[in-house]
Design a protein around this ligand. Structure first.
Ligand code: MIG
Length: 673
């Protein structure tokens, strides 16, 4: 059952699309949230310094609940820390933050759905596109406190259709019952073209067509399967959206075709900011039609990002979104059928207004003796230029709402930008290329965007801990509707090692988006750069052999509105060891994975909550199977091998590998288990 609580006059996010079976809370029940003084409520969390005094007076609402010791909290989508979210504080605030460590409270997405599982089970979705703070046992380990920084928002409380201690005859436990109701309410998840399940290579940045072709040829000549190569910002002319640098990529359509002939899709990046430059048609049209976000004085708002000064397209406005979406046409026309949308939190290096203020301050510092206080003040001023919260209060949208156009300050709808940029593209694709199946995923997101595209989890590091972080995010992303997901395999920031990339590949091979990506200036990590390319070829071949299973389970999870990645505790809610296991997952209905995520490891501890068959793959054709009873085991897993488990009574197809997905032949599978 779903009960809806509407507070004040919420901004319509269009995240919820189906209200079948949703009942309206009335009267007494509305006391779920209580009004609190925002400054006081946020003070224990480090407070918030508001640029404008009137904002401090803005209302906030808070929900509190005592958690029982056995309560587990699942959800919140893309976030740091555990599968069980309990024991930390999280904030919904799409952030361009390249340091995904335990101190963080937000990453690029804002996914306000969670399930509290215990004696009582319920789901809660806060549909508010500004700031929401989830204190899940942070100030008080036994208290859940959700603070919404507004008085205008909608809450959905979802309770299971069956009683908590019973698993119904068709195997639907209370958690799945809550989840399915929620997923049904937010609508069907995006399904990418099948080639997007192939192996993909990216790097910031391949600078020329020749460089990209060299990457392709290096894969093909070693017979390491691959389906896509990405174009990061350097394919553009001066980082201008919807342009191609003609010197570095001469005759682009022909280049796209040459790559297609090699069965490789090119996937260009699109950034949120539109460069300010006379003669650049996207810029000139946007200005002329009034499609950019405005500052308080009604002028086109100026911020600095890659190209220097840019404007943001007002993707919350239907006409502006439609126009921006049609911008992708030049690339579609050139034969492109995949895109990734970046910097759409939106990331801001600086706003022109703020930069001016900081420059003025710096003139003062020039005259000062920089002692401990003034030095750090000065340093913080400069460091604080990027992604400054105050900048998100300096611009406005003309958002399309059911009642017409509404002017709204950005910070109140901050978490909707990436969602609407991606929706704009997806809507335009339907019109521009109705027969084409197009890959699209985004960095920033909000629930609702899952209907239009996938996400990648942004700028992680080549760290061992980030292999495990990838695994932990998968179930919570699925909970929030995001099914086509993946992390930068091998790590984006910092330098990867051969062993790290191998182990990462042994996890990413079970993830829909298997994309190796690295930042400019870091060690090259294309698979052929390492010594043991033979092992890498075998690992990627195993991935291709698993595509029949992964593709089937992906589509099943989308169609039946459930998880593709299931925490062990969801399948065995009464088993304490299963509930506490955070480094294994069920993948689809039949398989359990247990990747190695530690340097120099020779294997790992694995918990089997039920009897299973272990599959040990040395290659896509060379494997062993062994039956195990439920229990705790130490399993040897060399970096050259892949181990997973199959549930009793289940079978997993292992197909014949191929060098690209189009050449896969599903009919030729052996059945493991
Ligand atoms: O701030 O386009 O997350 O994948 O390589 C860097 C360059 C901008 C951030 C993306 C990353 C991409 C990079 N971009």
């Amino acid at each position: 059952m779903i009960k809806r609580y509407v507070y004040g006059k919420p901004f319509e996010t269009y995240s919820v699309v189906c209200l079948d079976g949703v009942t309206e809370a009335a009267g007494e029940e509305r006391s779920l949230f209580a009004k609190v003084d925002m400054e006081k409520a946020l003070e224990p969390y480090g407070g918030i310094t508001w640029d404008r005094p009137e904002d401090a007076a803005m209302g906030a609402m808070q929900y509190t609940r005592t958690m029982e010791s056995e309560d587990v909290v699942y959800g919140l989508g893309e976030n740091v820390r555990g599968i069980n979210k309990r024991g930390w504080i999280y904030e919904s605030k799409c952030s361009d933050d390249p340091n995904h460590n335990e101190s963080k409270r937000s990453l690029y997405g804002a996914h306000n759905f969670m399930i509290v599982a215990g004696k009582e089970c319920f789901g809660i979705y806060i549909d508010y596109p500004g700031r929401v703070i989830f204190d899940i046992g942070y100030l008080d380990k036994n208290e859940l406190a959700i603070t919404v920084c507004s008085e205008n928002y909608t809450v959905y409380i979802i309770t299971p259709d069956i009683t908590p201690d019973v698993t119904s005859a068709d195997g639907i436990s209370p958690l799945y019952s809550i989840l399915r109701q929620f997923r049904h309410m937010i609508g069907r998840s995006y399904v990418p073209p099948k080639w997007a399940f192939g192996y993909q290579q990216c790097r910031w940045s391949y600078k020329t067509a020749a460089e990209v072709e060299e990457v392709a040829d290096n894969y093909r000549s070693r017979h390491i399967p691959i389906d896509a190569i990405y174009l990061d910002i350097d394919y553009m002319k001066d980082y201008k959206d919807f342009t191609v640098d003609k010197e570095a990529f001469p005759d682009f359509p022909d280049f796209v075709k040459r790559m297609k002939d090699k069965h490789i899709h090119l996937v260009p990046i699109i950034d949120a900011g539109v460069k300010i430059e006379e003669g650049y048609s996207t810029y000139e049209e946007g200005v002329e039609k009034g499609y950019f976000c405005k500052d308080a004085k009604g002028r086109d708002f100026v911020v600095g990002v890659w190209p220097g000064r840019v404007h943001f397209p007002d993707v919350l406005n239907r006409q502006a979104a439609d126009w921006f979406g049609h911008g992708y046409k030049v690339l579609l026309d050139a034969g492109i059928d995949g895109f990734w949308n970046d910097m759409n939190e939106p990331a801001i290096f600086y706003s022109e207004e703020h930069l001016k203020e900081v420059f003025e301050q710096i003139d003062e510092y020039k005259k000062a003796n920089l002692d401990i206080q003034t030095f750090f003040e000065f340093k913080d001023k400069v460091d604080g230029l990027a992604n400054n919260l105050g900048d998100y209060e300096r611009f406005y949208h003309r958002a399309t709402q059911p009642e017409g156009e509404v002017v709204i300050r950005h910070d109140h709808v901050h978490n909707l930008f990436g969602y609407n940029m991606t929706k704009a593209a997806s809507d335009a694709f339907k019109e521009l290329a109705p027969d084409k199946d197009i890959l699209i995923f985004s960095r920033a997101s909000y629930i609702g965007m899952h209907r239009y595209g996938g996400i990648w989890t942004g700028d992680n590091h080549s760290w061992w801990s980030h292999i495990l972080m990838t695994l932990k995010m998968l179930p919570s992303l699925n909970m929030c509707g995001f099914m086509y997901v993946g992390s930068d395999m091998g790590g984006f920031n910092d330098n990867a090692t051969e062993e790290l990339v191998m182990r990462w590949a042994a996890l990413s091979m079970f993830v829909p988006l298997m994309r190796n990506h690295a930042a400019a200036g870091t060690r090259y990590q294309e698979l052929y750069r390492f010594t043991d390319t033979d092992t890498f070829r075998k690992l990627i071949e195993i991935r291709y052999a698993l595509i029949p299973y992964l593709w089937q389970e992906y589509n099943k999870a989308v169609d039946s509105e459930t998880l593709m990645y299931k925490p062990l505790g969801w399948e065995h809610p009464g088993d304490r060891h299963a509930v506490a296991t955070e480094d294994q997952l069920y993948v689809g209905d039949s398989m359990m994975i247990c990747p190695v995520y530690e340097q120099n490891a020779i294997g790992r501890h694995v918990y089997l909550p039920e009897p299973m068959t272990m599959v040990r793959l040395k290659s896509a054709t060379d494997y062993e199977q062994e039956k195990y009873a439920a229990g705790h085991y130490y399993i040897d897993i060399p970096a050259e091998q892949v181990v997973f488990f199959i549930r009793d009574g289940h079978k997993v197809p292992l197909g014949k590998s191929a060098e690209y997905t189009d050449a896969l032949d599903d009919s030729d599978a052996v059945w493991l288990g």
